[in-house]
Design a protein around this ligand. Sequence first.
Ligand code: GDP
Ligand code: MG
Ligand code: ZN
Length: 298
Amino acid sequence: MSEKIRARLLSHHGRQAWAETADGTKHLCVYKGRDLQPTANDEVVLDISAQPAVITEIAPRRNQLLRSESHRSKTLAANIDFAMIVVAGAPPFSDELLARMLCACAVENIPGIVLLNKTDLADATAQARMQLAHFDRCIRLMGWQVLDACARVEHASIGKLRTQLEDKTTLIMGQSGMGKSSLLNAMVPGFNAVTREISEALQTGKHTTTAGQVVGLSPSARLIDTPGFQLFGLHHLSESQLALGFPEWREVHDTLGRCRYANCRHLNEPDCTIRAAAESGRVSDRRLRLWQSLIAAR
Ligand SMILES: Nc1nc2c(ncn2[C@@H]2O[C@H](COP(=O)(O)OP(=O)(O)O)[C@@H](O)[C@H]2O)c(=O)[nH]1
Ligand SMILES: [Mg+2]
Ligand SMILES: [Zn+2]
């Protein structure tokens, strides 16, 4: 006799997963077959009559974030309400990675904030602000914001961020070294201990899982931690999807007119409004170059 219950997938590694039912019980479970590819924060059905429990179903996802390099794709998490992207001045953040993360969120219509961390480092932070200025318009048009943060010293941002986490599922991501783990520990006391518990249950050893990990903060708030990365491939997105991560193009088209060709890629076509706007400084030329390198990498 199978006995089926609903659960939330907290993390997975290999073909093992750790899932939690509504009453807070955690189950080590497995999944079989190629069709079932659960990801962090999936709503799943478990058959708990088996030992270990077996995932038999994944509920349709409201949204999902994935990165895909040329022949590998990795779903970071599903059913995300809010995203926090962490950047910093030291080491300097990659604006290309930021553009890619914003694209991925724009395509799924996920709201969020960019956290500029390590603001105790004045010179590096000033540099990072100049890099971020190119993103101002994009971030505003996406309905996002930039917030200062500092994990190192007592900082007002931490309390503000903690309030941001209430009543929703927040995904936090960023390139390695930006201070994501430090920020999480400042925001959520005991955060390390919880992720350690997950790693031990899944026996990932010293390796953190390559997918996201859900940490419950309260009955209504969840945080999804993702491993830091140096690559964020968007091979799964079409050019028109990538364009959603460059909402300033739309604004330029609305105010200055359209490019001559409806399918203009803003590379070297004649009468391209976007290139003209970049040349005259009406949009950021750095953003145009990021767009060109993103579509060239596809
Ligand atoms: N000065 C300064 N250093 C920080 C801050 N946050 C993190 N760091 C340092 O940055 C390095 C990377 O931090 P970590 O949290 O491991 O980054 P992660 O790879 O994004 O998880 C560590 O040496 C941290 O001590 C901060 O707000 N200010
Ligand atoms: Mg880390
Ligand atoms: Zn154009």
